[in-house]
Design a protein around this ligand. Structure first.
Ligand SMILES: *[C@@H]1O[C@H](CO)[C@@H](O)[C@H](O)[C@H]1NC(C)=O
Ligand SMILES: *[C@@H]1O[C@H](CO)[C@@H](O)[C@H](O)[C@H]1NC(C)=O
Length: 239
């Protein structure tokens, strides 16, 4: 997503002045508490194996570029199944008013039934404009939460209503959503979508990668891996 350039400049200048005039602060010590489990949502409950190519995607549920990047990535996952493993981390951008609350809804639903997490993410993408800043500017926080509870209930059934409502009153789900954000920060995520492949960041953060793009990233890794496996085989042709 675009950010106003002058704001970034001002922030950078302020940071620079701070560093220049505070030599003792040249080293920033940032340490977030370690969560009990690895952050994020594993696609199709298909965790990585030693043979997997692991993609981590940082998505903001109300970011149009995250939305646009999902169908080509999903297609790539189908193409390379089961070699590709995906973990989505929600990453709530501060300039999207409802990014945190929708990310929290993902954590709440994931806790209730992890099979519903990705369908909910897709629903948020599909109906994203309902949660844009402009569309919700006159709504109170409480009525937005209420709207999201109804949104989830409509999709997954009335039995969810009280559980999702309770989820929004449970401080733990707030903390879990913060962990996602902090994890993104610790990895240097500064926009969405943001992808890592086997732990390494892809360039062009903040813009969608199309299907051809994914093929050109993954194909060489697949052939490199199968080459290695050939190397390990005993060389019968010498016998
Ligand atoms: C979780 O959701 C899936 C898909 O909606 C459903 O088939 C399954 O029965 C649910 N599991 C539980 C424990 O409710
Ligand atoms: C928000 O409220 C203002 C003032 O009452 C009104 O002019 C505007 O149309 C409202 N916006 C939306 C999106 O409902």
């Amino acid at each position: 997503m675009q950010r106003p350039k002058h704001t970034i400049l001002i922030v950078l200048q302020a940071a620079l002045l701070f560093v220049v005039f505070n030599p003792s602060e040249w080293i920033v010590h940032a340490q977030a508490p370690i969560p009990a489990k690895f952050d994020g949502f594993v696609y199709q409950n298909r965790p990585a194996t030693p043979d997997s190519i692991v993609i981590e995607a940082f998505f903001d549920p109300v970011c149009p570029d995250s939305r646009d990047s999902w169908p080509p990535l999903k297609r790539a996952l189908e193409h390379y199944a089961p070699r590709l493993s995906l973990i989505v981390h929600p990453f709530a951008l501060p300039y999207h008013d409802n990014a945190f609350v929708t990310s929290r809804a993902l954590h709440i639903v994931n806790e209730l039934n992890s099979s519903d997490t990705y369908p909910l993410l897709e629903l948020f993408f599909q109906h994203q404009e309902r949660f844009y800043n402009q569309q919700t500017r006159n709504m109170s926080r409480a009525s937005i939460v209420n709207q999201i509870v109804k949104f989830v209930t409509k999709a997954f059934g009335n039995s969810y209503y009280s559980a999702v409502e309770a989820g929004f009153n449970d401080r733990q789900t707030d903390l879990t959503t913060r962990v996602s954000f902090k994890y993104g920060c610790s990895r240097g995520v500064l926009g969405t979508p943001f992808f890592f492949v086997n732990g390494f960041p892809l360039p062009d953060a903040g813009s969608a990668i199309d299907y051809k793009g994914w093929r050109s990233i993954i194909d060489p890794l697949i052939s490199e891996k199968s080459l290695k496996r050939e190397d390990l085989k005993p060389m019968h042709f010498f016998l």
